[in-house]
Write a protein that binds this ligand. Structure first.
Ligand SMILES: Cc1cc2nc3c(=O)[nH]c(=O)nc-3n(C[C@H](O)[C@H](O)[C@H](O)COP(=O)(O)OP(=O)(O)OC[C@H]3O[C@@H](n4cnc5c(N)ncnc54)[C@H](O)[C@@H]3O)c2cc1C
Length: 416
């Protein structure tokens, strides 16, 4: 069923009786060409591009809960490609271009809204770093605009300019950045993959791998064994747990990250704003709620719930940037489990086990990467060659001394 404005009107006139289920609920087959473990944004996008771009449709996505029950449904929905390093920037720019055509590609309203992101700076040194990043972005074909304080004030009059402990000097704006509706991205990819014949199997946890003579031949699940020529792990915060079942130890720690939403307000923020003197990012949803977040909780954990000290820390950052937020009531908060890699950059690669592939290490920036990650992972699975923009995202980069430390923080996952 194709979605369109005409269809909405027709269904309205017929009492909405003609809508069909958005995807099937198939039972697992005994064998597939490719099994993707994890029905988050990345797993579903991989299935979509495998089927749509490479014509490989004998594929199953195995999800232990419901589709989008992990970080895909828990993030603050920021989409951007404002990266510095040559191993990262082309990948995120490819992802941004895929975002720009996503709704047409999927025939689904993902509420992609390119309303810009501005990274504030509060010192001369931070301005120099912003200029350097902006130039790197422009040279890689992305968009970047340097704004002074007046430019920021025109965009965001509600920030604290005059009595602030960390006065705002300006900001680096990426106008094409913005937000997308996270659930809709999951549903759109799921619907498109299902329409091409991919089996989306929910409530099916992978509990082990069948490894025979150094080659992965399938998986053990809570719904029985399933064989496959290739098995593609894509489970974000559960990466270490899953891959330990194949005897692998990853350069990844799992940490909790929380998100917060206020009551609905009239429009006060045009796009996404990040504070440069603390860890805080904030935007306003289409319903008017302020959506914001900050640092990791700091303790390693697989619990999808957060702790109170970080609530205080995030709210302090919000008050320092935008004192009026103190008058808004908080409606909801929640946590997700982040797959924090040691250098802050991801993996899309083969493993040392033939037939077993790995995608993970997205830290708290994997939502924006969803289309690019799926596109490049599908390329790797279909061709056995890394996509040119994802060639550096390999597990062995640490053994080769070639980390991709975007922030220059060193091997401290809690800081990336
Ligand atoms: C609070 C918060 C805010 C964030 N904000 C942003 C942001 O603003 N911008 C941004 O770019 N990124 C953000 N992120 C990060 C982003 O959400 C993740 O990096 C991204 O969603 C990870 O990829 P995914 O969607 O495939 O993961 P997930 O949705 O977590 O998918 C993994 C799936 O694997 C399933 N699974 C796990 N183990 C198994 C198993 N053994 N068998 C079968 N299935 C299994 C899980 O149930 C889950 O559904 C944020 C994350 C959080 C938690």
């Amino acid at each position: 069923m194709r979605y369109s404005g005409f269809r909405v009107i027709m269904e309205g006139l017929r009492g909405n009786t003609g809508w069909q289920p958005v995807w099937r609920e198939p039972d697992p087959k005994p064998e597939y060409d490719i099994i993707i473990i994890g029905g988050g944004g990345h797993g579903l996008a991989t299935a979509h591009y495998l089927a749509g771009t490479h014509g490989i449709t004998n594929v199953a996505v195995l999800e232990k809960g419901w589709l989008g029950s992990g970080n895909a449904g828990r993030n603050t929905t920021i989409v951007r490609s404002n990266y510095l390093l040559p191993d990262n920037q082309p990948f995120y720019e490819l992802s941004m271009k895929l975002w720009e055509g996503l709704e047409q590609d999927l025939n689904y309203n993902a509420m992609m809204s390119q309303r810009g992101i501005v990274n504030l700076f509060h010192s001369d040194a931070q301005r120099d770093a912003a200029v350097r990043r902006g130039n790197a972005m422009l040279m890689a074909g992305a968009d970047a605009v340097l704004l002074d304080q007046d430019g920021i004030r025109r965009m965001c009059p509600w920030l604290d300019y005059d009595n602030a402990r960390f006065p705002i000097h300006g900001g680096l704006l990426q106008p094409r950045a913005g937000t997308a509706r996270h659930d809709a991205v999951v549903w759109g990819y799921a619907r498109a993959a299902d329409a091409r014949g991919v089996d989306l199997i929910q409530n099916c946890e992978v509990t082990g791998f069948h490894i025979e003579g150094g080659t992965c031949r399938g998986v053990e699940t809570t719904r029985g064994p399933i064989r496959a020529q290739k098995v593609a792990a894509c489970v974000a915060g559960s990466s270490s747990r899953l891959m330990s079942q194949a005897g692998m130890r990853l350069p990844i720690e799992s940490h909790v990250l929380q998100a917060f939403v206020s009551e609905g307000l009239k429009p006060v923020l045009p796009g996404v704003v990040t504070f440069g003197a603390g860890h805080l990012y904030i935007s306003q949803s289409d319903k008017g709620g302020l959506v914001f977040g900050g640092n990791l909780d700091g303790y390693n954990s697989y619990a999808q719930r957060g702790n109170l000290p970080v609530v205080e820390d995030v709210c302090e950052g919000a008050m320092a940037l935008m004192p009026m937020i103190g008058r808004a009531r908080l409606l909801r908060m929640w946590g997700g489990v982040m797959d924090m890699s040691m250098d802050g950059s991801p993996f899309i690669c083969k493993t040392h086990i033939d037939g077993l592939y790995f995608n993970g290490g997205w830290c708290y920036g994997g939502f924006k990467a969803t289309p690019g990650s799926g596109y490049c992972y599908a390329h790797l699975l279909a061709t056995d060659q890394p996509h040119p923009v994802a060639g550096a995202f390999r597990l062995d980069r640490f053994t080769r001394g070639a980390p991709i430390d975007e922030k220059g923080e060193g091997a401290q996952p809690n800081l990336h």
